[in-house]
Design a protein around this ligand. Structure first.
Ligand code: SF4
Ligand code: SF4
Ligand code: SF4
Length: 410
């Protein structure tokens, strides 16, 4: 892998992370709420302390000695940290990203990345290939060629589709209808008289960015930004939680000309009163619960209300809440397709059990990765080859796909 960042810019990022870490007065509140601390895998307070002490003496040795990927970058700790506000002070996930960025550029993470990889690193390799190539492999023909959908090549409002099409190919063995998510969104937009720009964008680069591979993340960001500029786009609607986080908060930091208005589709359809699609006649009677993905919640401007408002607006849908929601929503336990192991599986199990305890038929969310990891858990078999019992088979669905399905639009 090539790394073309200058030492100067990397050191600046690291220095900023250290300055934020100096705010820590070792109260330990982070360790009480950190999901991987509860599993005995990671100690945020100790990590921050070592970073500003051992890391100042020898940052390379510090990085080599720490398990950086036992942190899920879920941001739960910073919610409770007295030295952190919504966007200032100890932003733990961003501090971790900065340290990984340095470690990645110096090849200090090579062994650790091999050890904690999943799916032969496919989810990082595909974006790497996309970043190196002139062309996108993330083709959106399945949307453009669908006669039921209206899309445009130029215009002011774009819909960033993300990687739904690829995910359906990669995880073909589960019956997850990933492609129904963008279909469902375009249907609602079209019914509201909006024909969104849909282009062959590349992966948003989320996983590469969060493991510290800035070379790949920057190339992908620049490609996507330039593509939309050429099409005259002013506003970008994003659905997937990670894509939303990247476009809204991370792209403006890593490319100079990311000057679009970025809005989550749930906010967009509420603001533009596109919910009239639900006023038509249809039969539905469903009890659902909603999982807040961290990239749309704690790390995404706390978009907690819009998805809930949409669900509550659908006649016949009853929203029942889990015990831990919004700021306290428990993590799915896999981050950037890393950390998937028997320890973090307990986090998926806990979250699924919380959902089942509500009595809901559906666990709804807006993150394709959470959907993938939860579905994976539900499809596991025990040592004797037995599937999970029917009572544990709560259905996992994306919000847009769920709405499209129950309103019989798909
Ligand atoms: S970001 Fe999440 S996993 Fe990492 S230290 Fe904080 S609470 Fe723990
Ligand atoms: S909660 Fe904040 S101040 Fe307290 S130990 Fe953790 S990082 Fe430090
Ligand atoms: S939970 Fe399943 S889908 Fe997710 S990383 Fe682990 S093995 Fe892959």
């Amino acid at each position: 892998m090539e790394n073309n960042e200058t030492d100067e810019s990397i050191n600046k990022v690291l220095q900023k992370a250290k300055e934020l870490s100096y705010y820590c007065f070792t109260c330990g509140k982070c360790q009480v709420v950190c999901p991987t601390s509860q599993l005995g895998l990671f100690r945020p307070k100790s990590f921050i302390h070592k970073f500003v002490t051992e890391g100042t003496e020898d940052i390379d040795a510090f990085i080599k000695n720490e398990d950086l990927f036992n942190c899920l970058t879920c941001h739960q700790c910073s919610i409770y940290c007295p030295m952190s506000t919504d966007d200032e002070g100890i932003q733990f996930a961003e501090i971790m990203q900065a340290i990984r960025q340095y470690g990645y550029s110096k090849h200090l993470l090579d062994d650790e990345l091999k050890l904690n990889s999943t799916h032969d690193e496919l989810m990082q390799k595909v974006p790497e290939i996309q970043a190196q190539s002139e062309d996108s492999v993330n083709k959106m023909d399945f949307l453009r060629d669908d006669p039921a959908l209206k899309t445009a090549e130029k215009g002011e409002i774009a819909f960033f589709v993300g990687c739904y099409s690829q995910l359906e190919d990669i995880f073909y063995n589960w019956d997850i209808k990933y492609r129904d998510v963008p279909r469902g969104i375009i249907i609602v937009l079209n019914e509201g008289g909006i024909t969104p720009v849909v282009l062959d964008t590349k992966c948003c680069g989320h996983d590469n960015y969060w493991i510290g591979d800035m070379n790949t993340a920057e190339k992908l960001a620049q490609y996507n930004v330039d593509l939309y500029h050429k099409a005259g786009v002013k506003k970008i609607i994003v659905e997937c939680a990670e894509g939303y986080r990247m476009w809204k908060y991370d792209y403006p930091k890593i490319v100079d000309n990311c000057d679009f208005e970025v809005q989550h589709y749930t906010d967009f359809i509420l603001e533009n009163k596109l919910l009239n699609v639900f006023e038509q006649e249809f039969q539905v009677n469903a009890k659902v619960t909603y999982h807040d993905p961290c990239r749309m919640g704690r790390l995404g401007g706390k978009l907690y209300e819009s998805p809930r408002k949409i669900l509550k607006n659908v006649p016949g849908v009853e929203l029942v809440e889990m015990k831990n929601i919004k700021d306290d929503a428990n993590c799915c336990g896999v981050s950037a397709f890393r950390n998937c192991n028997s320890d973090t599986k307990r986090l998926r199990e806990n979250r699924i059990n919380e959902a089942i305890e509500t009595g809901a038929e559906y666990l709804i969310t807006t993150c394709p990765k959470c959907i993938t990891h939860f579905t994976c858990f539900l499809n596991e078999v025990d040592d004797e080859g037995n599937e999970k019992s029917a009572s544990e088979k709560i259905k996992i669905m994306d919000l847009a796909a769920f709405i499209a399905k129950i309103t019989q639009k798909i």
